[in-house]
Design a binder for this molecule. Structure first.
Ligand SMILES: Nc1ncnc2c1ncn2[C@@H]1O[C@H](COP(=O)(O)OP(=O)(O)OP(=O)(O)O)[C@@H](O)[C@H]1O
Ligand SMILES: [Mg+2]
Length: 232
């Protein structure tokens, strides 16, 4: 993304943000509440049209393209506030996501596999309205993985999990990265971000405050002052 910007009223929610997500990497976008992380996701995935700047995917200009067009190209996202059809079961929801690229029988099989990998099989036949918030976030992740994606954007899917519960999604994300899938993720839990990400981008008041390896960011005095001090 290059020079990406979005203004709400007088507020520059995302202000001249440029960075690259290299293929096969896990990149984490961090920053305080209201820094513009979710808005950046909305701009990248076509849920909001940027006022300024551009987004390229594999060399193609995709600025402002519709979410379903981008999903078909392999770019999918989770939602910080997961909304799902309340009466559908977990496996039905994940199967529906898989229909993007697969006929029903294969989508159903893939949904079961993804749920197995996320240790969610026991909840496959639970309806969405009965799920806890952390489980809803795991369904968000499962939906993304079921689409056979190339690039996955995850918005705080581990927010409600304790450290031990994070192991399963973390391992799944690492395995998928190792198989060539690219991730851009927003997470507030610093030990998770630090161990998962190949690169970190720090947003503050809509602007890019820093970019670097986990070590470089942890050692950056300005980041420590503005963000890490409060999060660690
Ligand atoms: N649709 C909107 N209309 C008006 N203001 C908005 C809208 N969406 C976001 N904002 C504002 O833009 C700023 C950035 O919000 P955003 O949700 O991107 O932050 P965030 O970094 O994801 O925060 P959090 O960590 O709390 O999820 C905030 O001040 C927010 O209130
Ligand atoms: Mg957010």
């Amino acid at each position: 993304m290059s020079g990406l910007g979005k203004t709400f009223g007088g507020l520059n929610a995302v202000d001249d943000v440029s960075f690259a997500v290299e293929s096969g990497q896990i990149v984490a976008l961090i920053g305080p509440n209201g820094a513009g992380k979710t808005t950046t996701f909305n701009l990248l995935t076509g849920f909001l049209r940027p006022d300024r700047g551009s987004v390229h995917l594999g060399g193609e200009d995709i600025t402002g393209r519709a979410p379903h067009t981008l999903a078909a190209k392999g770019m999918v996202r989770s939602f910080q506030t997961a909304k799902m059809f309340p009466t559908m079961t977990v496996v039905e929801i994940v199967t529906t996501a898989g229909l993007l690229h697969a006929p029903p029988a294969r989508a159903r099989k893939r949904a079961r596999e993804v749920l197995e990998r996320l240790e969610m099989s026991a909840k496959a036949d639970t309806s969405a309205q009965e799920l806890s918030l952390p489980d809803r976030q795991m369904v968000e992740l499962a939906k993304c993985l079921a689409t056979e994606p190339k690039l996955v954007l995850l918005d705080e899917i581990m927010g409600g999990l304790n450290r031990a519960e994070c192991d399963v999604p973390m391992r799944a994300i690492e395995q998928m990265r190792d198989s060539g899938i690219t991730f851009l993720l927003v997470e507030h839990v610093m030990p998770i971000v630090m161990s998962l990400a190949d690169k970190l981008v720090v947003l503050d008041f809509g602007r890019k405050a820093a970019e670097g390896t986990p070590r470089e960011i942890a050692d950056n005095p300005e980041v420590q002052r503005s963000y890490l001090g409060q999060a660690m």
